[in-house]
Design a protein around this ligand. Structure first.
Ligand SMILES: [Zn+2]
Length: 61
């Protein structure tokens, strides 16, 4: 029997790595876990950019 998965968001991690000549690697990881089987799942988004991508900025609450 496979789990139907009910993923809940735990946290979002932001990471920046400087590369060269002003370029950097922006990484955003959204971390989820299933409330039924506790499986963890990370969704990672990466982009090499000179300026901060819009999806990287932290939400203002
Ligand atoms: Zn599950």
């Amino acid at each position: 029997m496979s789990c139907k998965h009910d993923f809940k968001h735990i946290e979002t991690l932001y990471r920046y790595e400087y590369r060269s000549y002003g370029d950097g690697l922006y990484v955003r990881t959204d971390r989820f876990f299933c409330t039924m089987c506790l499986e963890q799942r990370d969704v990672e988004k990466k982009e090499m950019a000179r300026e901060t991508p819009s999806w990287y900025k932290k939400e203002v609450r």
